[in-house]
Ligand binder design. Structure first.
Ligand SMILES: Nc1ncnc2c1ncn2[C@@H]1O[C@H](COP(=O)(O)OP(=O)(O)OP(=O)(O)O)[C@@H](O)[C@H]1O
Length: 701
């Protein structure tokens, strides 16, 4: 018999006729919303980098068919076994058929996906089926923000994703821009990512010069108004930012440094250098910073060369789909430090070329080690899916969302975008790649249904929330201006008092006279013009959306730096520090208010979840296989000891054992003709007891 793929081949002419019939009925594809020329100036645009748009952007991409590709593939997948059952793919199943390489010599191309709309993006996957009456074709539609068909080139992809979403200015403004390339092996991830990396290398220094010049201009204006000079004096626009690069490869669970020179390293059977493992763990501050070689680069050429060298170090191996398949996740990080604002968190560009997701039949050519890696890669892609899905949920829903980023090394590396406590704004772009062939449609459907749910709609507008002094998100303009006035007054008085103390100490030493201490009750002429900083209409919510660097720059532009009299303490760097403190205090207030609200929702949800199981005896805790007993049952009170979050954390800590233990208990109970539900509950209870012993509910080590 033939495999389903081979059957698709046999029926290719019929399938193509069905596809033509469908295509003839379709309206012309929706084009992109704007021409790429509109994006040309975004890198130097003053508004670029201000927070706007969505946190998560999803794009689909398919490539053109490659010469001889289909032919080679069917040499390997043609088999002698009997025909498959209707609608049943071969994914994950056993392939027992003997491979008959000579059976098929030439396969013509039939498209498996069609981009029916570029923006918003829609891909339609054409899924072949087989009935007694002949082959069938069903059309499944998937939505993203953008869809790139096989004729779109890399430059257009770059313009419409990285440039249109201001990802470079975001990194220059202390934010985090992350790009993830996902898809089946051989679908074009590396092709896209390498191009994006080189385009970014080309443009980031141009953008840095523009932004640097703008920042220096504000600094210079401030300095002109002050008699005190700053160390920033010698900086040139191109020197405002410092860029450093790390490049890590994650192969299964093993991470290595791609910037480690290859010379002298032992080489494996596939010709790949064996690099030393780099541990990935959370340090005591909660940061995940693998010890990698970090290279400072100061020109586009240097950055480009570094990327090229590191990419050449990436491991590849031959798969049925791709002669140089990357077996690993590759994470390129470009860190950006703003020398004018050393207190601000460095911006980051995280460019991740994910390992190809593989189906069983595609991994048949691998050895045991490679099969294990493939399984591990698929596990990490699943964890990534959970995290991105949770993040997408967080972007649109108010309330508690758990992001399980600790569950896997890959997601740990992406902590900056998944940590809900992070103060850095971030944007994540996911480009899901699919093969153009109808024989790959099963896999394309997997890829598209993996990525499509990440697409978010803009948050629903809500009415104003009632005023809460502890939650800046509820303040109106007057309340915001009052808070800013009070915050700057407090810091200005402290600064003046401190300066007086220092003068008094110096005078005491020199035996000279000192002016009387400042009157802390007297009205104060604020150095920062709050009226200008917070014009009518602006509220704390707006300030909460500014990057620290931007808040500091705005404050500096609204400061009276007379350089003499009562303002003589207030040099540009003093004002910058004050602004950073005030901006930080506001962010902290917003963050704590959010956390408080999340906890309150979490508490109410726990009660709700445990009480809401009236109709069915059990319900499932999201993200786990935990089925909770219904309210009123004796077990209910036993299980209410733990929160949903604890169930999730316990499930993640135990990893696959969690499911294995539950399954084993169910199988044993079934064999012994006992209640499987009871057995599952007992196992669940035992595991939770082990994870959170009754004494103090502390997680087990
Ligand atoms: N848009 C495209 N236009 C032309 N050729 C492409 C395009 N995308 C990919 N290719 C070609 O397809 C082949 C496979 O692409 P690539 O190596 O990028 O796949 P991949 O998804 O990274 O695979 P793997 O996961 O196995 O590493 C390469 O020869 C590449 O040059």
């Amino acid at each position: 018999m033939a495999s389903s793929a081979a059957l698709t081949t046999t029926h290719l002419p019929t399938l193509r006729a069905l596809l033509d019939e469908w295509s003839a009925k379709q309206p012309p594809a929706n084009p992109f919303a704007s021409p790429t020329q509109d994006m040309a100036n975004r890198l130097s645009d003053e508004k670029a980098g201000e927070l706007h748009g969505k946190d998560i952007i999803v794009a689909f991409r398919t490539r053109p068919p490659l010469p001889n590709e289909a032919e080679e593939k069917f040499h390997a997948s043609e088999s002698k076994e009997s025909a498959p059952v209707e609608g049943q793919g071969t994914e994950g199943g056993e392939e027992k058929g003997e491979v008959v390489a000579e059976a098929v010599t030439k396969v013509e191309f039939c498209s498996g996906v069609t981009a029916t709309s570029a923006e918003p993006g829609t891909f339609v996957a054409h899924v072949p089926g087989f009935k007694w009456s002949g082959p069938t074709l069903t059309h499944k539609s998937y939505e993203a923000d953008l869809a790139f068909g096989s004729t779109t080139d890399n430059d257009e992809v770059y313009q419409r994703t990285v440039i249109a979403n201001d990802m470079v200015p975001l990194a220059l403004s202390s934010g985090i821009a992350c790009i993830l390339a996902y898809g089946q092996t051989g679908s074009g991830k590396t092709y896209t990512m390498e191009a994006l990396e080189h385009c970014i290398a080309r443009d980031i220094f141009v953008a840095a010069r523009h932004v640097g010049a703008r920042l220096l201009h504000t600094e210079e204006q401030a300095k002109a108004a002050s008699e005190h000079a700053d160390p920033s004096e010698e900086l040139k626009p191109e020197g405002v930012f410092e860029f450093s690069v790390t490049f890590l490869e994650l192969l299964g669970k093993r991470a290595v440094d791609l910037l480690e020179p290859a010379e002298g390293l032992p080489v494996d059977a596939q010709g790949n250098a064996t690099r030393k493992e780099v541990p990935i763990h959370e340090d005591k501050n909660g940061d995940v910073r693998p010890r990698l070689i970090s290279r400072v680069v100061d020109s586009a050429e240097q950055l480009d060369e570094l990327i090229t060298t590191a990419l050449a170090h990436r491991r590849t191996s031959v798969t049925l789909r791709n002669a140089t398949s990357s077996r690993s996740h590759a994470v390129l990080t470009i860190r950006v430090v703003n020398k004018l604002m050393p207190f601000a968190e460095p911006g980051q560009l995280l460019l991740v070329d994910l390992a190809g997701s593989e189906r069983y039949e595609d991994s048949k050519a691998h050895d045991k080690q490679r099969m294990l890696e493939s399984r591990e890669n698929n596990n990490s892609l699943m964890s990534l899916k959970e995290c991105v899905r949770a993040k997408a949920k967080m972007a649109t829903e108010e309330g508690f969302v758990h992001i399980p980023w600790r569950s896997n090394k890959l997601t740990m590396l992406l902590k900056p975008i998944f940590d809900i406590e992070s103060r850095q704004p971030s944007k994540t772009l996911i480009i899901a790649h699919v093969s153009p062939h109808i024989q790959d449609t099963v896999h394309s459907v997997n890829t598209l249904s993996y990525a499509a749910p990440f697409k978010t709609s803009p948050p629903r507008p809500r009415g104003p929330a009632p005023y809460d002094a502890a939650d800046p998100r509820t303040w109106d303009h007057a309340q915001t201006a009052a808070w800013l006035t009070q915050a700057f007054t407090k810091r200005q008085r402290a600064r003046v008092a401190n300066a007086h103390k220092l003068r008094a100490e110096r005078a005491a030493k020199d035996g000279t006279k000192v002016a009387p201490p400042p009157d802390t009750g007297a009205p104060l002429a604020l150095v920062v013009d709050v009226g200008r900083l917070c014009p009518p209409g602006m509220t704390a919510r707006h300030f909460g959306q500014l990057y620290t660097t931007e808040f500091v720059q705005r404050t500096l532009a609204c400061a009276h730096l007379s350089g003499s009299g009562s303002n003589r303490e207030f040099t540009p760097s003093v004002v910058k520090n004050m602004a950073a403190e005030v901006g930080g205090a506001l962010t902290y207030l917003i963050l704590t208010a959010k956390t408080r609200k999340r906890r309150a929702i979490m508490q109410s949800r726990k009660v709700m979840d445990l009480d809401a199981y009236g109709t069915t005896p059990y319900t499932t805790v999201p993200g786990t296989s935990v089925r909770m007993p219904e309210a009123g049952s004796p077990e209910h009170s036993l299980f209410s000891r733990w929160t949903n979050e604890q169930f999730l954390a316990a499930a993640q800590r135990r990893g696959p054992h969690w499911f294995e233990e539950l399954n084993a208990a169910v199988i044993k109970a079934r064999e012994e003709k006992r209640s499987t539900d009871r057995a599952e509950l007992d196992t669940l209870f035992r595991m939770m007891e082990e994870e959170y012993p009754a004494s103090g509910d502390a997680p087990a080590a």
